[in-house]
Ligand binder design. Sequence first.
Ligand code: HEC
Length: 250
Amino acid sequence: MKKYILILILAIFPATSFASSGVHLDAAPIDIYNKDSIKRGAKGFADYCFSCHSAQFMRFNRIAKDTGMTEAEVREMMIFTRDKKGEVTKTGDLMTVAMTKDYAKNAFGTAVPDITLTARSRGADWLYTYLRTFYVDANRPTGMNNRAFPDVAMPHVLWELQGINKPVYVTEDHDGVSVERIEDFETLQAGSMTAEEYDAFVADLVNFMVYLAEPVQTERRDLGWKVLIYLSIFFVFAYLLKKEYWKDIH
Ligand code: HEC
């Protein structure tokens, strides 16, 4: 019986049950309607992430169209490479990268995941937390570890902006076993941005990734409201009509 209740609970609350990995997630202060933020995020992505991560289900010119940039502006901002055949990348091309799986395995010990849908699989809050919680760890090959993604293979590519943090541990007692948990971070080396500037930079980046994962979501939401308004008006007429049809039937 208990088993069935558990299955039922998991079926009803899948998101909450999986999110309980124990890591506290900070709420991402993003606004999917803010096109300037998405544009800044696209620039951050092009400058710091796109050399390793592809976004292979997206085309450059779609970003131009959705954020109100010209194709020339997108080319200037995001395209630094040639495609796999050695031809100049076109704005209508998919956002692939030249790095092969074998190269990545060699360099990082794992493949570099495509980033188009990550905001959907991980969620915006996870991304916002992940990109802000890298910390020094001499036991890792890159010298850095991450609170949201323990033993991650990705280097802290934004360290020049954020600086380098070291963890502050607290020891907790779990049924007689002492467990160390990271409570906070301390700055070991300052970066070029203040903490607020860095948070804003990451928020733009996450906003862009949320857009990437579902480019039509603002249209979907707007349309949803219109449909609901239409249905509520239509309901009145449908109800009056029903009354009219049934008025002589008892
Ligand atoms: C030097 C190459 C490199 C760069 C540059 C890079 N990453 Fe990564 N990233 C990786 C690798 C490798 C992994 C896989 C980590 C693992 O599986 O342990 C990864 C993993 C991730 C993940 C986790 C994906 C998942 O769901 O497991 C996210 C999110 C991510 N990167 C975002 C970014 C963002 C945003 C940037 C730009 C600020 C960026 N990365 C820049 C190499 C890179």
